[in-house]
Design a protein around this ligand. Structure first.
Ligand SMILES: Nc1nc2c(c(=O)[nH]1)N[C@H]1C(S)=C(S)[C@@H](COP(=O)(O)O)O[C@H]1N2
Ligand SMILES: [Mo]
Length: 442
């Protein structure tokens, strides 16, 4: 490629990654201030239209400081055994998220299911014969502690299969400001697969639950990053009422096959609708506790948010942080891929997924004018409780130009996703802001 063309191909995207303030200045004619709308100077508007490849019909409605979705995505090289097309955020431990357009399947295939590891997974060759994999049930509130092999679990208890949505509590963290430490997930720490296993409830009841039981906790075969063999990477849990739900499973099956290695092969806990950190992978022990489980990442500030809302940047004492329970309502546009070019005359079908933690989604809407007006989308029922729901909307655009399609879900309690950002919190959890994609209409 000639030197001159190379230079030209360094787009606004690279500029954003190298110098976001300069990029903002170029696009917006000023430094970022997200509090105003319709501030675009003529020169900034022209520069932005040129960079986006077209006139922006709803420019006056664009919130100030908004980075157009067309620039906000960056594909990166990738290689994790058994995975494809994921965006790798970290390789020690492995953390990789799924681009929205790869979540278009009804149920997320193994190769696209995100990976969030806190430590070092057990080496495959140490897992050995999975029929002999052991699960111990114990804890101070367990009447008859017992150990089952995977073969015994399968033989002794009834099997159940449910489509269950798993989302990391930190999904969306990258948008918080001031930034929160941790994996900078954009939208892709979520997936919905058909999990097969036995009900946690049946196994716990077979081992006897004492009257004073309040919580369960899991222990797993992965190890802490420090390499300390006695330190858990993570050991979390849920209150008894969540543990005893119909859909809480001890699972070995994933879309009819073994659970993928990075997702917890051969056995994992599934308590869907809550932060996926409650779903222990490479599961080898469950304890029934007479107090809130106090394992690794249950205490301090991990997986907790301020009990009362705080101003961005506030330091919050541990006692004022509350454990995250059900995840909030959220949705994704999974088709088309952001950046699509579309002919003006045709109606175009947009589609995606929506979920709402322990609740169902009752309404789905889309906007083509930066959230100024909304149109109702078609929303399907979940295949079972705690499975994500499919939605679709046929859209027409008034004239050629750069658009964004925004999607907004409302849960069965009437709570809708925020259009820009929900409450800031120190660890950057629970960002359920509306997903948006870029669309060029020509
Ligand atoms: N044993 C174990 N279980 C674990 C984790 C882990 O690191 N080790 N990560 C948790 C977190 S924080 C999340 S978000 C989910 C991720 O599940 P996935 O990697 O299958 O997508 O697993 C949870 N269970
Ligand atoms: Mo997570």
């Amino acid at each position: 490629m000639p030197e001159r063309d190379k230079k030209k191909s360094i787009g606004i995207h690279e500029l954003y990654s190298q110098d976001p303030i300069a990029a903002d200045k170029l696009l917006w004619g000023r430094e970022t201030d997200s509090s105003r709308r319709g501030f675009l100077k003529k020169s900034g508007l022209l520069a932005m239209s040129a960079a986006l490849g077209g006139y922006i019909p709803f420019a006056s409605k664009m919130p100030g400081g908004l980075i157009p979705a067309a620039f906000a995505e960056a594909p990166e090289p990738f290689s994790i055994e058994g995975k494809e097309g994921l965006r790798v955020l970290n390789d020690r431990p492995i953390n990789a998220e799924t681009p929205a357009h790869l979540l278009d399947d009804d149920f997320t295939p193994a190769k696209y299911f995100f990976v969030r590891n806190n430590g070092l997974p057990p080496a495959l060759d140490t897992i050995g014969d999975v029929d002999q994999w052991e699960l111990e049930i114990a804890g101070e509130s367990c009447l008859k502690p017992q150990t089952f092999t995977l073969a015994e679990l399968k033989k002794r208890f009834k099997h159940y299969t449910y489509a269950l949505t798993l989302e990391c509590g930190g999904n969306g963290r990258s948008e918080f400001n001031p930034p929160a430490k941790g994996n900078q997930w954009s939208t892709g720490a979520v997936g919905c697969a058909k999990w097969t296993g036995v009900r946690l409830k049946d196994v716990l009841e077979a081992c006897g639950i004492k009257d004073d039981a309040v919580y369960i906790g899991y222990y797993s075969a992965d190890r802490h990053l420090s390499g300390d063999p006695n330190k858990d990477a993570i050991s979390r849990g849920v209150p008894m009422h969540k543990a005893l739900e119909e859909e809480s499973l001890i699972a070995w099956g994933f879309n009819g096959e073994d659970i993928p290695y990075q997702n917890g092969y051969p056995l994992r806990l599934i308590t869907a609708g809550w932060p996926a950190s409650t779903c222990g992978k490479w599961l080898n022990k469950i304890v029934i506790r007479n107090k809130v489980h106090d394992g690794q990442k249950m205490t301090g500030q991990a997986y907790r948010v301020p009990c009362e809302p705080v101003a961005p940047g506030t330091k919050v004492a541990d006692e004022e942080m509350c454990i995250i329970e059900s995840m909030p309502v959220k949705s994704l546009i999974t088709f088309p891929k952001s950046g699509v070019t579309h002919a003006l005359k045709e109606t175009f079908e947009f589609r995606g997924k929506a979920w709402a933690g322990d609740l169902a989604v009752k309404e789905m809407e889309v906007s083509i004018d930066f959230g100024a007006t909304w149109q109702r989308a078609k929303l399907e029922k979940p295949v079972n409780r705690l499975a994500w729901q499919k939605w679709s909307a046929n859209l027409k655009f008034p004239e050629p130009g750069y658009y964004e399609v925004w999607a907004r879900a409302t849960d069965s309690n009437g709570k809708a996703q925020p259009t820009i950002l929900p409450g800031w919190n120190p660890k950057g959890y629970l960002n359920n802001a509306c997903h948006r994609i870029a669309v060029q209409v020509v």
